[in-house]
Design a protein around this ligand. Structure first.
Ligand SMILES: NC(=O)c1ccc[n+]([C@@H]2O[C@H](COP(=O)([O-])OP(=O)(O)OC[C@H]3O[C@@H](n4cnc5c(N)ncnc54)[C@H](OP(=O)(O)O)[C@@H]3O)[C@@H](O)[C@H]2O)c1
Length: 287
């Protein structure tokens, strides 16, 4: 059984490879990367490293030869229109190289979402469906790590977590849990032609996150709700590029409108209990 992973030098791909490495022999794993030098640590483990660039269809087709299972990790490019082109390159190359099963990391809330990136994931799923390759759609939640990371130290310092999420709730999962779920699908059986909504079975709000941070840090932190425009201007003022400020404020807006509150038990079926938010907060603050 040969398992190929794209985006293997990225955060999610790296965690998937770590999981696979514990479960299957290294010579069954192939890492597809755009920068081979960046993957020397994987080659050192006995994992085959192949060059494949989402912008270079020929490199992808060569890289995918021999894949029983391909984990296609979505591109991080901020240009969503370009991402659809990159993803179509990956899908066509997988078809032409004879990949036998493709697992794709999509977006859990895509069908209800108004944010443009959701369309990338739906378009990619549709592209995969044109190939007749058996698929598994891993519709990933928002990463908990996007919201609970060292940037929270600034909020702790200022005593305020500022967002335009209002009273909205969101469902997040750690990258580590999503990587474990992907590895479970790649090493397991019976996942062909399934769509998994990889979200937690509980949701949280920024009011609750502020409470958990206060409890864990011993400092009083409140959630300060602002408007979309105010949030965007705060992010621009902090030096973020316009596209990133729009993306973050856009995701917060989606949260405020209830787009990200869906729950499911698919993740629990694959990996057991997802990591609770409080646990991630404690890990961050090393408590
Ligand atoms: N659910 C969420 O909350 C959330 C949040 C952020 C992103 N995402 C999506 O989930 C994906 C995985 O997340 P992540 O945290 O692992 O992102 P990441 O750390 O940025 O990793 C992205 C990977 O894609 C590779 N890549 C970039 N451009 C490429 C190209 N032209 N051809 C081939 N490979 C290319 C990167 O290679 P290099 O190492 O060479 O840069 C890296 O290995 C992201 O790419 C994005 O689509 C989801």
């Amino acid at each position: 059984m040969s398992i190929y992973v794209t985006g293997a030098t990225g955060e999610l791909g790296g965690l998937v490879i770590q999981n696979l490495f514990k479960q299957v022999p290294a010579n069954q794993i192939t890492a597809i990367v755009r920068n081979v030098e960046k993957a020397s640590h994987l080659a050192d483990l006995g994992i085959e490293v192949r060059h494949g660039d989402y912008n270079d269809p020929e490199s992808l087709q060569k890289a995918f030869v021999g894949a029983d299972k391909l984990l296609f990790i979505s591109s991080p490019d901020s240009d969503d229109t370009l991402r659809i082109v990159q993803h179509a390159n990956v899908v066509k190359a997988a078809r032409d190289a004879g990949v036998k099963h493709i697992a794709y990391t999509g977006y859990a809330f895509a069908e209800e979402s108004h944010i443009p990136l959701a369309q990338v994931h739906l378009a990619t799923e549709h592209a995969i469906l044109t190939t007749n390759i058996p698929y598994t759609f891993l519709r990933n939640s928002l990463y908990t790590d996007v919201f609970v990371n060292p940037d929270l130290n600034v909020s702790i310092e200022h005593g305020a977590l500022v967002t335009n999420t209002g009273k909205g709730t969101l469902n997040t999962v750690t990258r580590a849990d999503l990587a474990a779920a992907a590895a479970a699908v790649l090493t397991g059986q019976g996942h062909e032609n399934k769509t998994y909504t990889l979200v937690s079975d509980t949701v949280w709000s920024f009011d609750e996150l502020a409470r958990l941070i206060s409890k864990a840090s011993g400092k009083n932190v409140v959630h300060q709700a602002v408007s979309f425009e105010e949030e965007k201007n705060i992010l621009l003022g902090a030096g973020l590029p316009e596209s990133v400020a729009m993306l973050i404020a856009g995701i917060y807006q989606a949260v405020s409108e209830g787009e990200t509150a869906q729950t499911s038990t698919d993740l629990r079926m694959l990996i057991g209990s997802p990591t609770p938010l409080e646990e991630t907060v404690k890990q961050l603050l090393q408590i």
